[in-house]
Ligand binder design. Structure first.
Ligand SMILES: Cc1ncc(COP(=O)(O)O)c(C=O)c1O
Length: 316
């Protein structure tokens, strides 16, 4: 008997198709497809309420959101970041002509180790870009202290951290900006999507202009912007997904294969196994997403792929 059958640990979570039809009907009726339409506006507002943040800007994906976040804060020179992430983290720096300076991770949390950051700071360093790897919160207090001491910006790649709370508030409130991915593989998806969480209205306005070609109005362009807008289709799906997110997350946590893969983590890759988060932390657990091929031990080595591999922290 062949044992090549794929058993999915997780698959993209989707609402029943019938529930989405009324949203599609509205889009077809209005012919408003993008450019900050009604679903886009409503989704931003609902996300702010749900996540417990004040200002959010929706994006076409997390990568363009990261690129834009760096533009918004005019980050240049060198940025300290983690080597243990999906490639988009470092690529967003390179797309801005910034030099990524890799600092090693804490083997227990798999996040950027704050104790190693200072040694990597040079006169060219302007910011730190940590990742809340697998939704596990970085040591935000230690990182902020260093940033304050050296006058550095902090942009969190929070691609895995949708809905994560830390010490009774949204983890996304930390740093100068936080960037989410709403990609198909994430615990909360809008097919493709991303978002930047800003601390104030002025920063959100700059980001909203940058993601719309730099337009201020129909004839005035104030910056070399990009097209990073989320479409009405993705925003409508997001509204529907948000309604069912609690159930979706509970279902993902109780997936039997999640437990199977967790217990099958190989001893040889123990360094790569994240510590269990403290009970105060509500992680998104968005890290179990790969298909098990053949049997669980093979899966465990896939999950623990080395740090040089895209698969290691990719949610793909
Ligand atoms: C850590 C991290 N950063 C950035 C991204 C990029 O997000 P997106 O796929 O939405 O462009 C991902 C996506 O997988 C990710 O895992």
């Amino acid at each position: 008997m062949s044992n090549d059958k794929e058993i999915f640990i997780t698959q993209p979570d989707l609402p029943p198709l019938d529930d989405f039809i009324p949203y599609l009907q509205k889009i077809w009726d209005s012919r408003v497809l993008t450019n900050g339409g009604p679903f886009h506006q409503q989704f931003e507002q609902l996300l702010c309420e749900y996540l417990g943040v004040e200002h959010i800007s929706l994006f076409t994906n997390g990568t363009i959101a990261l690129v834009t976040a760096l533009q918004a804060l005019r980050v240049t020179g060198e940025v300290i970041t983690t080597p243990y992430s999906f490639v988009a983290t470092a690529h967003s720096l390179l797309w801005n002509g910034i030099k990524p300076v890799f600092v090693d991770i804490d083997p227990h949390t798999l996040n950027l180790d704050p104790a190693r950051i200072e040694a990597a700071i040079t006169p060219q360093t302007t910011a730190i870009m940590p990742v809340h790897c697998y939704g596990h919160p970085c040591d935000v207090a230690a990182i902020q202290k260093i940033a304050d001491n050296y006058n550095l910006r902090v942009i969190y790649d929070a691609a895995h951290a949708f809905g994560v709370r830390y010490r009774d508030e949204s983890l996304l409130r930390h740093g100068d900006l936080s960037v989410l991915s709403l990609h198909a593989t994430k615990v909360f998806n809008t097919f493709e999507g991303g978002a930047i969480i800003s601390p104030d209205a002025k920063t959100k306005l700059r980001i909203d202009r940058l993601k719309n070609f730099g337009f201020v109005d129909e004839t005035t362009v104030v910056a070399p912007g990009i097209n990073g807008k989320m479409s009405e289709l993705n925003a409508a799906l997001g509204i529907l997904q948000l309604e069912r997110f609690g159930d979706a997350r509970r279902a993902r946590r109780s997936t039997p294969t999640t437990a199977a893969c967790s217990t099958a983590w190989p001893a040889s890759a123990a360094w790569a196994r994240p510590a269990s988060p403290p009970p105060t932390i509500l992680t998104s657990r968005s890290w179990w997403k790969k298909a098990i091929r053949k049997h669980a031990t093979r899966c465990s080595s896939d999950c623990a792929t080395t740090r040089s591999s895209r698969a290691a922290t990719s949610s793909r």
